[in-house]
Design a protein around this ligand. Structure first.
Ligand SMILES: C[S@@+](CC[C@H](N)C(=O)[O-])C[C@H]1O[C@@H](n2cnc3c(N)ncnc32)[C@H](O)[C@@H]1O
Length: 276
């Protein structure tokens, strides 16, 4: 058997393990919500006991990252239908394999993440002519120059990463992007400030391993609040996280406690904006 690959990652970088596990574990189910064999194969190659590590964490954490991937896939597919040769930039890509799942043979795809994440990524996921990694922080604006392929339109995807940044940093980033990438779009999820507090509180209450679960910093109650940052930001789409899904599916139902349902329109939302 080939030797397993060890994981040497900083604190925030290790958060990529949860969504990877979510998609990989889903693949083992008879009727998966998302079929990501690449994630499953990557999990098998890592020297890390996912099942033991996440045994005590709520299943919702994992399923939410699967639901997020379903929403992001839908947004990306719809963008690719409109612009088949689009450029897609995955910010905070982790070990995400959306390009491998959705490639239409024409898009150009960048996966950007911190250097140690990209070092691990390169050991597991080969780059290609139309799929290139950028080993930089989003704060290092030199990554703008690394986006050399600017096809008909650019779509930025930021799944599960903005929560680890501060609002002032995100605002600055978005404003800089409106100047650099006019007419681009960006898709991501937002969590209300109340949800943010409850989630951070749950980490302490359940004494979850801080090496796997980092604190979240950014919450936003609505896309409108983001659009107020600049008249160059326009909301293209905004909808509750627990919508546009098969709500009767057992896996989705796991996350739909009465409290969650009651608040599903407000607590977590998917947002797509136009920049510039
Ligand atoms: C929860 S993971 C999400 C990974 C991936 N989007 C997915 O859904 O599988 C958060 C990712 O954001 C990355 N990240 C955190 N801060 C970052 C920064 N300043 N610049 C670039 N990436 C960052 C981490 O390294 C990690 O891979």
């Amino acid at each position: 058997m080939p030797e397993k690959i060890s994981i040497q990652l900083g604190e925030v970088q290790r958060t990529l393990l949860i969504p990877l596990f979510g998609r990989a574990a889903e693949y083992e189910r008879e009727h998966p919500l998302i079929r990501d064999q690449f994630a499953h194969d990557i999990m098998e190659k890592l020297d890390f006991d996912f099942k033991a590590a996440f045994a005590r964490s709520p299943i919702q954490f994992r399923i939410n990252s699967v639901i997020r991937a379903i929403h992001l896939d839908a947004a990306i597919l719809s963008f690719i239908v409109r612009y088949p040769d689009a450029t897609i930039v995955n910010l905070g890509a982790g070990l995400d394999t959306t390009f491998q799942r959705l490639d239409n043979g024409k898009i150009f795809w960048y996966d950007l993440d911190l250097p140690d994440t990209i070092e691990l990524r390169r050991k597991l996921i080969p780059e290609g002519e139309r799929n290139v990694c950028i080993a930089k922080s989003v704060f290092d604006r030199s990554w703008f120059d690394d986006i050399r392929e600017r096809r008909s339109r650019v779509l930025f995807v930021a799944g599960g990463v903005l929560v680890y940044l501060r609002e002032a940093e995100i605002k600055r980033l978005f404003l800089d992007m409106t100047g650099e990438f006019p007419e681009s779009e960006m898709v991501f999820e937002i969590y209300s400030r109340l949800f943010l507090w409850l989630r951070n509180h749950a980490l302490t209450r359940r004494a979850l391993n801080p090496a796997l679960f980092s604190k979240w910093y950014w919450g936003a109650n609505s896309a409108k609040a983001i659009a107020r940052w600049s008249d160059k930001i326009r909301v293209v789409d905004e909808y509750p996280f627990y919508s546009r899904l098969d709500l009767t599916d057992d896996r989705v139902k796991v996350n739909l406690s009465p409290l969650n349902l009651l608040n599903s329109g407000k607590w977590i939302k998917m947002v797509q904006i136009r920049l510039g």
